[in-house]
Design a protein around this ligand. Structure first.
Ligand code: B12
Ligand code: SF4
Length: 504
């Protein structure tokens, strides 16, 4: 069969922005490779990677001559775009449309209620898609799919792939590797625009080209705000990952690797084994971790193996909120990480969340106080947004705050996690206005503390830190002033117009 795969953008799709960073979509790329190995002709329209605008997509779709189209939906945020493109395809050519990815998993009922969408692949797609195409004439016994006949039928689920080392490398020639190899990783965002922190990082040129990799699938934790796709945890072996890195070094001259799952440091012994082996490769790497899976000794070992940055979801400085989130860590554990990172000189990327149910000025104050101990400003503080598939989402639905799933998904497409005036749903229990005020106040307080901290600890006038911090602070203050005068939404619209090309 000649199959067209489509990888859509998140949300509404972007205006052209060559500066945007991209993460390689391993999941769908591996599915494509399985089908290719099974004898199919696979082509790709990578709207996300190539940053195509809708007119370009329309002109491409008019020319398709495929037997079938497979669309991947990385998150619920893709829903609106997928509906749009499915309609576009069916209007031009009446061929079967298959949806896979998390959006299919979570929203197959809605997707299949559309006349344009024929089949949804639920869960891992590699074995299921091969099985589906092998039984194309009669797929009613294919596990792991949902389809219409004419009602929606959901087949039994399929077992997960046990051995992740058995996954073949994707066919990279189908993807625009120039784009995926030039990611900014975590070496260039709000926390590293301070030259002092940049000093902790390798020179920019020594991190390029780089690539994103993953160590495992699934997560054993149960944070209530998170929409986990796999309950069980599986890892690639350390040796396998090392071989993959060697491949990218040899083929693409990769100098840095970004692990985008949280499992690299899940198992201490495995992490140490990995650090010992990656040390010899002369490649930089960064990853995400949980504060309960890292300690001082491990951070030393990681740093010595060229790990240049770790991302942590601290979420909050309030123990009561951390408990409500079922985060499984405490404020004290967050503080411990800040302390040892300061001691070792380890670069951290801290993510925070504001507006979780029960958030108040006091809980946000706890977060602000916790961040006072940090020599880094947070990477992001995002709105607590109920993600389909999460416990928070189910509870929000139960109390009637999401009366219509589709309407919510259409709103999500417009979502921007950091932007005031674009909040999708306020679940904090406070009024929108109060929560928005607190959000800005918390941002400003953290900036102020950071600025004061720098003021007293560095030779401010000889470095750019003071001036960058001051600029950031004034920016927050301006936002605050405008918001107080109820002009926040208009302000953000203007700001978006000015800065949209710098989106990351
Ligand atoms: C890595 C990752 C990222 C990476 C990007 C990865 C990428 N481009 O592919 C980064 C860090 C960029 C990222 C960002 C975000 N992410 Co994220 N991310 C993940 C994570 C941890 C792993 C995804 C992954 O690679 N999984 C492993 C692969 C193998 O699975 P997969 O991609 O789903 O693919 C398999 C199947 O779905 C299926 N399949 C997929 N496509 C297709 C297509 C067809 C046709 C078929 C047949 C099958 C098929 O087969 C694949 C192989 O088995 C997931 C959590 C998770 N466990 O899934 C969250 C997750 C997907 N992210 C999530 C979110 C919310 C986001 C953000 C929107 C967060 C934010 N607030 O901004 C941002 C988006 C920012 C942006 N501009 O891109 C949510 C989505 C929840 C939801 N209901 O929408 C998840 C589930 C995590 C969570 N916290 O709940 N993310
Ligand atoms: S937030 Fe991270 S640790 Fe928590 S359940 Fe999700 S993936 Fe796991």
């Amino acid at each position: 069969m000649k199959i067209l795969f489509i990888y859509p953008p998140l949300g509404e799709g972007r205006v052209k922005s060559p500066a945007t960073r991209r993460y390689f979509p391993w999941g769908v790329a591996t599915v494509m490779k399985y089908l290719e190995n099974d004898g199919h002709i696979i082509e790709l329209l990578d709207i996300y990677g190539d940053d195509l605008v809708r007119e370009e997509v329309e002109s491409f779709i008019k020319r398709i001559d495929h037997d079938c189209v497979c669309i991947s939906g990385f998150a619920s945020y893709n829903y609106a775009y997928i509906i749009w493109i499915a309609e576009l395809i069916k209007t031009n050519k009446n061929i079967p449309i298959i949806i896979g990815g998390i959006v299919a998993d979570l929203h197959y009922n809605l997707l299949l209620s559309k006349p344009t969408i024929d089949i949804c692949i639920l869960g891992e797609g590699e074995l299921t898609s091969v099985d589906l195409f092998r039984n194309w004439e009669n797929f009613k016994n294919v596990n792991g799919i949902a389809y219409k006949n004419p009602d929606i039928i959901v087949n039994p689920s399929r077992e997960l792939i046990k051995d992740l080392d058995s996954l073949p490398l994707p066919n990279f020639s189908l993807w625009n590797m120039d784009i995926y190899l030039r990611g900014n990783l975590w070496a260039d965002d709000s926390t590293t625009r301070y030259s002092e922190y940049n000093k902790m990082l390798p020179e920019y040129s020594r991190l390029h080209p780089n690539f994103s990799l993953f160590f495992g699938r699934g997560c054993p934790y149960k944070c209530s705000f998170c929409s986990r796709s796999y309950q069980t945890v599986r890892f690639k072996s350390v040796n396998h990952v090392i071989e993959e890195i060697k491949f990218f070094q040899k083929e693409y001259g990769v100098k840095a690797i970004h692990f985008y799952d949280e499992l690299v440091v899940f198992n201490r012994n495995k992490t140490i084994d990995f650090c010992e082996k990656i040390k010899d490769l002369n490649v930089y790497w960064d990853c995400q971790a949980r504060v309960n899976t890292v300690d001082e000794e491990l951070m030393h070992i990681m740093k010595a193996s060229n790990c240049y940055s770790i991302g942590f979801g601290f979420e909050s400085g309030s123990n009561s909120l951390l408990m409500a989130m079922n985060k499984g860590v405490t404020r004290e554990q967050n503080l411990y990480i800040l302390k040892i990172a300061g001691k070792i000189g380890f670069h951290l990327k801290i993510q925070l969340m504001a507006g979780y149910p029960g958030e108040t000025k006091n809980t946000l104050q706890d977060t602000i106080d916790m961040m006072k101990q940090s020599s880094f400003p947070p990477r992001h503080m995002s709105w607590a947004t109920p993600l389909p598939g999460s416990e928070l989402y189910t509870k929000t639905q139960e109390i009637g705050l999401i009366p219509d799933e589709e309407e919510y998904l259409l709103k999500l497409a417009k979502y921007n996690m950091n932007e005031i005036g674009r909040i999708i749903l306020n679940v904090s229990g406070l009024s929108d206005k109060d929560m928005e005020r607190l959000f800005i106040w918390a941002h400003m307080s953290m900036e102020k503390n950071f600025l004061l901290n720098r003021f007293f600890t560095s030779n401010i006038f000889s470095s750019d830190i003071f001036w960058i911090s001051l600029k950031r602070f004034l920016y927050q203050a301006l936002k605050w002033y405008i918001f107080r005068n109820n002009k926040a939404v208009q302000f953000m619209k203007v700001k978006n117009l000015i800065f949209q090309h710098q989106n990351d």
